[in-house]
Write a protein that binds this ligand. Structure first.
Ligand code: 2P0
Length: 323
């Protein structure tokens, strides 16, 4: 059987950085994200008796990414199937934008793969399954503004806190990266949780920080959501910078964009920065403020791309296959 799904990438607003169980990708803390409608992945999966081994094509190139094959094994185990799969996946991101995402990729693979295997999973089961592929992918399953709970394996699922149209919220994805990030998230999280003296302080700070973010979403307050994401960015990066070895994900251009955001704010435009585990910067705020800051950010040295995105919806099956 064949099925196709489309899923959005997402931006951590209260960020996920640490696991209590690496094999099962159980997060150390709950995290809250917003899906990005402009950054999507489309994936088609076919399970068939005619295939002798799994075949994977990512953005028109043959791939042997073991994480994808392991994920197909998880789906086969749930479906009690031994059929091999053909997987074709394409990122709808503007070329060279540097925001390629395991979140949209594993969310689309999960939704398409489960349907292609004939599984009829609940939204919670789909979110958990996506988490086993990549923690942040679980948040792309419900879409909108979602919280990934940090419980045990079965209860660490993402639930929706607000729909994509509930807040006047926009994100400018500001691309500055020219290279792949140096330390992948899984390895980086391990280093931080084991070595940063600030990590225990982060876990303490997160309890009220999460509550404030949930309250800002309930109040439909986009400026407060953007502000709290900036506060959390600095808190998470403080734990990365104080890891041993240090994790310095920012480049000079990252700081230039951050300074431009602070300057914009000083001149009365309510925009806030947010940085995940990489050099690129998200700039968040109301649609009118993000539009007002756009040209200033385009002019910053080192900026190679700007993509404006509204909040996105859930991962969904789609009738348009890639093969
Ligand atoms: C986030 N990040 O909340 C944070 C901010 C990176 C920094 O979710 O190891 O790529 O595959 O579970 O999902 C990155 O985490 O990590 C992430 P794995 P993933 O968006």
């Amino acid at each position: 059987m064949k099925a196709t799904a489309v899923a959005c990438a997402n931006q951590g607003l209260i960020k996920y950085w640490g696991k209590t169980d690496e094999a099962l990708r159980v997060p150390s803390n709950p995290s809250i994200s917003v899906c990005l409608a402009a950054l999507t992945t489309r994936t088609t999966v076919e399970f068939s008796d005619r295939l002798e081994h799994d075949e994977l094509t990512l953005d028109h190139r043959s791939s042997t990414d073991p994480r994808v094959f392991q994920h197909l094994d998880r789906i086969r185990e749930l479906a009690r199937s031994s059929q091999r799969a053909r997987v074709v996946s394409e990122n709808g991101f503007p070329p060279g934008v540097g925001f390629a995402s395991s979140a949209s990729g594993f969310a689309a693979l999960t939704v398409a793969g489960a349907a292609a295997a004939g599984l009829d999973l609940t939204p919670s089961a789909l979110s958990r399954l996506a988490r086993l592929g990549s923690g942040s992918a679980s948040r792309s399953v419900p879409g909108g503004f979602a919280e990934l709970l940090a419980e045990d394996d079965t209860r660490s699922i993402a639930v929706r806190l607000a729909g994509p149209d509930d807040l006047d919220f926009r994100t400018l994805a500001v691309g500055v990266a020219e290279t792949e990030k140096k330390v992948p998230s899984s390895a980086g999280m391990r280093i931080t949780t084991r070595t940063s003296p600030f990590f225990p302080a982060r876990l303490e700070y997160l309890v009220p920080a999460l509550e404030r973010m949930r309250a800002a979403l309930r109040a439909r307050n986009p400026v407060e959501v953007a502000r709290l994401a900036e506060v959390d960015t600095l808190n998470m990066h403080a734990t990365m910078l104080t890891s041993d070895p240090p994790l310095v994900y920012w480049s000079g251009a990252t700081l230039e964009v951050i300074r431009a955001v602070l300057d914009a704010r000083a001149s009365g435009i309510a925009v806030y920065f947010s940085v995940d585990a990489g050099e690129n910067v998200f700039v968040n705020g109301r649609a009118s403020d993000v539009a007002a800051a756009r040209e200033r950010l385009r002019a910053v040295r080192g900026v190679s791309s700007l993509v404006e995105s509204a909040p996105g919806g859930p991962a969904r099956l789609d009738p348009q296959p890639l093969f």
